[in-house]
Design a protein around this ligand. Structure first.
Ligand code: V0V
Ligand code: CO
Length: 146
């Protein structure tokens, strides 16, 4: 069951500059930063609020580390802006299988490594009314050692 908005992914050209905008304009704080080589991004997670399912909602600021990455390609075509939304679930495997059964293309056979040790997969934007949609199961203790 999808129980929260886990994050909104925002593509940017310069992560440090974009983090500075979100922290100085809104007062949000950086909760976590990392490089995800497989996904081709450098990212910062800004925690917005905790959620009733025991998780939290974040903004995920994403700077490509390679031009041919998903975010790099998207930025070249569209410029900066909202890149994807992510729903949180306790069971990404089960929910991805159930959604695939409804005819929506799930991009990965098995969930891959996401931010803060989470497990993630994506639904094709062309099957979701133009919205790249991520499903995420958070690690037991997000941010603890990542
Ligand atoms: C592409 N399209 C999008 C889109 N990206 N539509 C809405 N939102 C997006 N973000 C459209 C694009 O305009 C094309 O439509 C069509 O899909 C095919 O796009 P393309 O440019 O030819 O690119 P593809 O097909 O090579 O790749 C698109 C997909 C790719 C969605 C398959 O971006 C992908 O695998 N994304 C999943 C991985 C990802 O995004 N990682 C970065 C975030 P027209 O022009 O033909 O109509 S990493 C992350 O979130 C992490 C680590 C985390 O949360 O922990
Ligand atoms: Co994401």
């Amino acid at each position: 069951m999808l129980t929260r908005i886990d994050h909104i992914g925002i593509a940017c050209r310069d992560l440090d500059e974009t983090v500075a905008f979100y922290t100085t304009t809104y007062g949000f704080e950086v909760f976590h930063t990392e490089i995800n080589e497989e996904q081709g991004v450098r990212e910062a997670m800004l925690k917005i609020n905790e959620t009733s399912d025991g998780g939290a909602s974040y903004l995920q600021l994403l700077e490509p580390i390679r031009e041919d990455s998903a975010v790099g390609k998207w930025l070249a075509k569209n410029g900066e802006g909202v890149h994807h939304i992510a729903f949180g679930t306790a069971d990404v495997d089960g929910d991805a299988a159930a959604i695939a059964g409804k005819g929506v293309r799930v991009l990965y056979d098995e969930p891959r490594r996401g931010s803060m040790g989470s497990r993630i997969t994506f639904l094709h934007p062309k099957d979701c009314h133009g919205v790249l949609t991520e499903l995420v199961t958070a690690a037991e203790n997000p941010g603890a050692e990542h």
